[in-house]
Design a protein around this ligand. Structure first.
Ligand code: FAD
Length: 545
C-alpha cells in the first residue's frame, strides 16, 4: 500500500527539464554529455536497466559490429579516444557494451538517466510551449525540447507466424537475448530468419546444438569478416593523423574514410575486376567491398551484377551441397541495396552434418505447433526456437510512443499515415521543438552510425543553444521545407539501386507498413554540408518563435 501511494505521488509532479531525451544508447549518451556542456538541463528516459541501447539488448551468440570498431566509436573527445583501445577489428557485443558503460562513467552520465522507464505518450502543450511526456515509471516529464534517440533498430518485429504461444519449448529473440545466456548444448534448435543477427549467430549455435534447422525466406549476401586485430595499414593511417582520419570519415559517403571510386566496371578488364574483388573479399571490410570495387557498383544494374556474380561464385565454392548452395544465393536484389552481412564461417556451417537449411520459398511455414514447426511439406520437432526476424526499422520505436501529439492536436501517426515525412530526418512540421536522432530522412542506417549520431547530436544541441541565446523558445520546419526534403530524398533514391530491393530500409519486412525508402541516400558528407548550409543561411526552412 505504502509503495503504491509513493509511486502515485512520484508520478504526480512532472520533472522539469530543458530537454527530455528518450534512449540511452550511443545517441542518448552523447546527447546528455553535449546538453550538459551547453548548460541545458536534461534527463534521459530509458526502458532498459542500463546504458547501451542496441548493445544492451542484442546479446545473442556472435553479436558484433560490422563496421570496424576503430571507426565505430565516439570521436568527440581525443582524450577518450586515447583512453580506450579496442581488442579486435570487429568488437563483440560485450566489449562494445563495456565501452558505452566506460563512456557513461567517464562523463558521469548515469545520474541524469532514469532506467526502466518507458516513454509512452508525448504531447505538445501550446500554451506552455513545452512537451509533456508520460512515462511507465515515476514522474512524468515536462520539457522545452523532446529528442528521440530511440534507435533505428530497437523495436523487434513480432513473429508473424500462428501458434507461437502453443509451442512448449523455449523461445528466444536475438534482439532480446537473455542476459545470463542460453544453454543450447545438444538441443534441437530452429533459427527463423537469415538476416544479420542470424548470420552472426548460426555458426556458433551450430557448434553448440545437437541439430540446427535454419528457416530461410530471403537469402542475404554475406561477406567474410576475417576478424582479428585491427589491420595495420588502417591503424597507421589513424595513428599518424587522428584528426584528419576522423574528418575524412565525416566528409565521406558512408562515414568511413574511403575515397569515392572514379573507375567504372567497363573500364576494367575481367582480370582487373577479379583482382579488385579478391582483394576486397580478403580484406573483410563491408564498406570496402560496398564502395571500393568500381564507381558504378551501387548505381548501375550491370556494374552491380558483376559483383553479385562474383559473390555467388564464392557461395558455390563454400557450400558442398549444390541445392543448399543455390538456396543460399541471393537473386532478388542488387548487392548493397539491402544491408549485406558480415560473417565468420556462415556458408561453411551448412556443410556440417547437424545443420539443415529449409527454403521457405519452396515450403513456407504453416504453423508453429506444441512440438515444433510445420511447413507445407514437413514437421520439424525442436526444443528451442530462435527468432532472428529483425526490427520494425527506423520508425518502429518512434511510433511506439503513441500518441505523439503536436500543434493543433495533430498526431504523428496520422501525419505519417502514408510514410514518414521529415525535414532533414531531424524534425517534423507541426511538431515544434521535436527532434529525431538518425530519423527517417537522414543517412542513418546507410552510414557508420557513430559518425551520423555525432553529427546529429552536435547539430541539434548547437541549434538549441543558439535558439536560447537568441531569445527564441520554439523551432519547427516549414511545410515547404519538409516537402522539398521529401522531393530531394526521392531524387537521390533514383540514383542508387536501393529502390530495387524490398528490405527493412523500405519497410517491406513489416506486414502492413507503408513502403518507401526511409534512409537518405545522398551520403554522409553531402548531408552534413546541407545541414551546415541550413544553419549558415539563417535556419533555412525553419520557423522560429
Ligand atoms: P539504440 O542503441 O537503439 O538505443 C535506443 C534506446 O532507446 C534503446 O536502449 C531503447 O531501449 C530506448 N528506447 C526506445 N524507445 C523508448 C521509449 N519509448 N522509452 C524509453 N526508452 C526507449 N551500426 C553501425 O553503424 N555499425 C555497426 O557495426 C552496427 N552493428 C549493429 C549490430 C546489431 C546487432 C544491431 C541491432 C545494430 C547495429 N548497428 C550498427 C546499428 C545500431 O543500432 C547503431 O549503430 C547504434 O547503436 C544506435 O544507437 P542509438 O542510441 O541511436 O539507438
Amino acid at each position: 500500500m505504502v509503495a503504491a501511494r509513493e509511486s502515485k505521488a512520484a508520478s504526480g509532479t512532472a520533472q522539469q527539464v530543458d530537454v527530455a531525451v528518450v534512449g540511452a544508447g550511443f545517441a542518448g549518451l552523447y546527447l546528455l554529455h553535449r546538453l550538459r556542456k551547453a548548460g541545458l538541463s536534461a534527463v534521459a528516459l530509458e526502458e532498459a536497466g542500463d546504458v547501451g541501447g542496441t548493445w544492451y539488448w542484442n546479446r545473442y551468440p556472435g553479436a558484433r559490429c560490422d563496421i570496424q570498431t576503430i571507426d565505430y566509436s565516439y570521436t568527440f573527445d581525443p582524450e577518450l579516444e586515447s583512453a580506450w583501445t579496442w581488442s579486435e577489428k570487429y568488437a563483440t557485443q560485450p566489449e562494445i557494451l563495456r565501452y558505452l558503460g566506460f563512456v557513461a562513467d567517464r562523463y558521469e552520465l548515469r545520474r541524469d538517466i532514469r532506467f526502466n522507464t518507458k516513454v509512452t505518450e508525448a504531447k505538445w502543450d501550446e500554451q506552455a510551449e513545452r512537451w509533456q511526456l508520460t512515462t511507465s515509471n515515476g514522474a512524468p516529464v515536462s520539457a522545452r525540447h523532446y529528442v528521440m534517440a530511440t534507435g533505428c533498430l530497437s523495436a523487434p518485429k513480432p513473429p508473424e507466424i500462428d501458434g507461437v504461444k502453443d509451442f512448449k519449448g523455449e523461445v528466444y529473440f536475438t534482439g532480446r537475448w537473455p542476459h545470463d545466456g542460453v544453454n543450447l548444448a545438444g538441443k534441437r534448435v530452429a533459427v527463423i530468419g537469415t538476416g544479420s543477427s542470424a548470420i552472426q549467430s548460426i555458426p556458433i549455435i551450430a557448434e553448440q546444438a545437437g541439430h540446427l534447422t535454419v528457416f530461410q525466406r530471403t537469402p542475404n549476401f554475406a561477406l567474410p569478416a576475417h576478424n582479428g586485430p585491427s589491420p595495420a595499414d588502417r591503424m597507421d593511417m589513424f595513428q599518424s593523423d587522428r584528426a584528419a582520419y576522423r574528418e575524412q570519415a565525416r566528409q565521406s559517403m558512408t562515414g568511413v574514410p574511403y575515397p569515392q571510386q572514379t573507375v567504372v566496371s567497363w573500364q576494367l578488364s575481367d582480370a582487373e575486376r577479379r583482382e579488385r574483388f579478391e582483394r576486397a573479399w580478403a580484406a573483410g571490410d563491408l564498406v570496402h567491398i560496398l564502395t571500393q570495387l568500381w564507381a558504378d557498383q551501387a548505381v548501375d544494374v550491370d556494374g552491380n551484377k558483376i559483383v553479385q556474380d562474383l559473390i555467388r561464385e564464392k557461395i558455390r565454392a563454400a557450400v558442398k551441397d549444390p541445392e543448399t548452395a543455390a538456396a543460399l544465393m541471393p537473386d532478388d536484389h542488387p548487392f548493397g541495396a539491402k544491408r549485406p552481412c558480415l560473417d565468420t564461417n556462415y556458408y561453411a556451417t551448412y556443410n556440417r552434418p547437424n545443420v539443415t537449411l529449409v527454403n521457405l520459398r519452396q515450403e513456407p511455414i504453416k504453423a508453429i505447433t506444441g512440438s515444433g514447426i510445420t511447413t507445407g511439406k514437413r514437421n520439424f520437432d525442436v526444443d528451442v526456437i530462435v527468432f532472428a526476424t529483425g526490427f520494425d526499422a527506423m520508425t518502429g520505436a518512434i511510433r511506439a510512443v503513441h500518441p505523439i501529439t503536436g500543434r493543433g492536436g495533430k498526431s504523428l501517426t496520422d501525419v505519417w499515415a502514408q510514410g514518414p515525412q521529415s525535414y532533414l530526418g531531424l524534425t517534423v512540421e507541426g511538431f515544434p521543438n521535436f527532434f529525431m536522432i538518425t530519423g527517417p530522412g537522414s543517412p542513418s542506417v546507410l552510414s557508420n552510425m557513430a559518425v551520423s549520431i555525432e553529427q546529429h547530436v552536435d547539430w541539434v544541441v548547437d541549434r538549441l543553444a543558439a535558439l536560447r541565446d537568441a531569445g527564441f523558445t520554439t523551432m519547427e520546419p516549414t511545410e515547404t521545407a519538409q516537402a522539398a526534403w521529401g522531393r530531394h530524398m526521392a531524387d537521390c533514391s533514383m540514383v542508387t539501386l536501393h529502390r530495387l530491393a524490398n528490405t527493412w530500409y523500405t519497410g517491406a519486412n513489416v506486414p502492413g507498413k507503408i513502403q518507401g525508402l526511409m534512409p537518405y541516400t545522398g551520403g554522409v558528407g553531402p548531408y552534413r554540408s546541407i545541414c551546415d548550409e541550413v544553419t549558415n543561411r539563417g535556419m533555412l526552412g525553419f520557423k522560429l518563435g
